[in-house]
Design a protein around this ligand. Structure first.
Ligand code: NAD
Length: 333
């Protein structure tokens, strides 16, 4: 069977996902949820979507009665994910939610609970968890080829433009660069090191107080400590382009990716040489794999469920607290 997905939020990433899904074997765009009638018309003709599979933000609870939709992919501004995913769950549909799944761990956990109660799956759009070079490094680390892991460096950033966009509005974004792009280094630190951090320290720098208002972080440097003694040192910023690099070092070897999380091709090498796994459009692979997770109960190599999303949010909560207090914050995931 094929996973029939309604896309909620027909913005820039929603368009990218839908385009990539045209090459999917197991998933297809079957419906839309949007507040803009002209976009709905456009999508209907592009993806051959019947009127009965089109909804807006007021009436999408009615998707409950639509037997032609299996799942809703929420691709809206961060702060809206919480209520939207809970409504999807109550409508009895599986939810796929973009990162960050919410704007704090409490809201993330409420989404997990709502989906459990409704007996639907909740997956988070962690496309790197299916990326072949990333998975090769994870394999090498698991099989001991890098020796005992001691250090990870994650650098994630881009220069943000238009000061009026939702990403710079705390009400809609829930934060700044950390919520949007720094989360890649947080998530990457966890799947590269292969452990959950037990403490966090963090320092913030702001060079533009007009553009980056209260609660919207421009640049944060943070450190994570792991139970084995491994440490991660990371930078999240909205003020540098081409900042996209992961570096993992064990006692016997290294692995690096640069770019590490962009749309690809991802490039990398280890102490053994270049990584040569072929590039595949991330969103195509992600949606085929998510269809297998939802329809066949397949277990992914790195988790992409709601619990995984909550872990990153617990770390983000701790990073913001560390910035505020200047203290080392213990975390328990
Ligand atoms: P975008 O601004 O291009 O699109 C957002 C869409 O949400 C727009 O179509 C907008 O009309 C709609 N929307 C609905 N209600 C809204 C409201 N109240 N205010 C503003 N817009 C509203 O943003 P985007 O880049 O597509 O990002 C959407 C989500 O996808 C974010 O959570 C982002 O973090 C995530 N994202 C993920 C990736 C990835 O690689 N996984 C990449 C880009 C974005």
């Amino acid at each position: 069977p094929v996973l029939r997905v309604a896309i909620m939020g027909l913005g820039s990433y929603g368009n990218r996902v839908a385009e990539a899904m045209q090459s999917c074997k197991r998933a297809k765009v079957a419906g839309v949820i949007s507040g803009t009638p002209s976009k709905i018309k456009d999508w209907q003709s592009r993806y051959n979507i019947p009127d009965k599979n089109c909804y807006n933000y007021e009436n999408f609870d009615r998707i409950k009665d639509n037997t032609d939709i299996d799942a809703v992919y929420v691709i809206t501004p961060n702060a809206l994910h919480h209520d939207q995913v809970i409504r999807v769950a109550k409508a009895g549909k599986h939810a796929i939610c973009e990162k960050p799944m919410a704007i704090n761990a409490k809201e993330g956990q409420e989404m997990v609970d709502a989906c459990n109660n409704a007996n639907v799956k909740l997956l988070v759009g962690y496309r790197m968890h299916f990326e072949p070079k990333t998975l090769e490094i994870i394999r090498m680390r698991k099989e001991g080829e890098l020796g005992k892991i001691m250090f990870f460096q994650g650098l994630s950033g881009f220069r943000i433009g238009d000061p009026n966009q939702w990403r710079l509005n705390k009400q809609l974004s829930g934060g700044g660069a950390m919520m949007d792009i720094g989360i890649y280094s947080i998530n990457g630190a966890r799947y590269m090191v292969g452990e959950e951090p037990v403490w966090v320290t963090a320092q913030e720098t702001k060079t533009n107080l007009d553009k980056f208002k209260e609660g919207v972080d421009e640049t944060i440097q943070f450190q994570l400590g792991f139970p084995s003694g491994a440490v991660a040192s990371c930078l999240s910023t909205y003020n540098m382009n081409f900042l996209d690099r992961f570096y993992l070092n064990g006692q016997e070897g290294f692995a690096e990716l640069q770019p590490a999380t962009g749309y690809g091709p991802i490039q990398g090498r280890t102490n053994k040489g270049e990584l040569t796994q072929p590039h595949m459009t991330h969103q195509t692979v992600q949606m085929d794999e998510m269809a297998a997770i939802i329809l066949d109960g397949k277990q992914p190599i790195v988790a992409v469920d709601g619990a995984e999303g909550v872990k990153d949010l617990k770390i983000i909560d701790a990073i913001y607290l560390a910035v505020q207090t200047g203290k080392k914050i213990d975390v328990k995931l």
